[in-house]
Design a protein around this ligand. Structure first.
Ligand SMILES: [Zn+2]
Length: 218
């Protein structure tokens, strides 16, 4: 298993700073799995967040991959900066928590053309699930109702965690009790804190963030 990070966009956070947007490709025995597809959505959303966007195909090309090489997509959640280019992968199933698809259909009808287009094939998950040998998702509600993180197990039991937006930054990850959470970090604070405690109890060897370029090493 190998994890490669994609630079998909940058956007301006509510704090006025530029935040990167990362997705990840996990390759294993010729399989390539994409975790999150980058930014898309109505122009107002892109303007609001001052998005500097890239096509996911261009980002994949840097890894000598094309969209056709991606056999399945995992969306950590269905915010516009994580599922915005799902339609590029019409050939692939989207592994999403059922609770998250329900939430997004309810709360974000303006994004439906981007995640819920005609022909979108969902593999709906109810909690922790093994996707492939050594590749699992764990349900981590709190950022959104159906948020999930991705666990990648290497040889010898070491493991990497692709944390999605369960924590935006290493600082939040290390101090979830802080009362200075970035705007939007938790839609349900008690559930979010429970999820962070659970993630920390797993003590991942490395943690990779969608909106921060540092990787935490244990
Ligand atoms: Zn995000």
């Amino acid at each position: 298993m190998e994890i490669k990070r994609l630079h998909l966009a940058s956007l301006q956070g509510r704090d006025g700073r530029r935040w990167p947007v990362h997705g990840f490709v996990v390759t294993h025995d010729g399989d390539a799995v994409l975790v999150d597809t980058g930014v898309g959505g109505p122009q107002e959303a892109l303007d609001d967040w001052r998005v500097v966007n890239r096509s996911v195909a261009d980002a994949l090309a840097e890894l000598d991959l094309s969209p056709a090489d991606i056999g399945l997509v995992i969306n950590t959640h269905l915010h516009f900066d994580h599922c915005g280019q799902n339609a590029v992968f019409r050939h692939a199933p989207f592994y999403v928590q059922r609770a998250e698809l329900d939430r997004a259909r309810r709360e974000a009808p303006q994004l439906r053309d981007w995640f819920d287009f005609a022909g979108a094939r969902f593999e709906l998950l109810d909690g922790d699930t093994e996707i492939l040998p050594g590749l699992e998702v764990i349900a981590t509600p709190g950022h959104t109702e159906g948020h999930q993180c991705v666990v990648v197990r290497g040889d010898g039991g070491a493991f990497d965690l692709l944390i999605g937006d369960a924590a935006y930054t290493p600082r939040v990850y290390e101090d979830p009790g802080t009362d200075k959470l970035p705007s939007g970090q938790a839609s349900d604070l008690p559930a979010w804190r429970d999820s962070l405690r659970r993630i920390q109890a797993l003590s991942p060897d490395r943690v990779h963030f969608c909106h921060h370029t540092d990787v935490i090493h244990r």
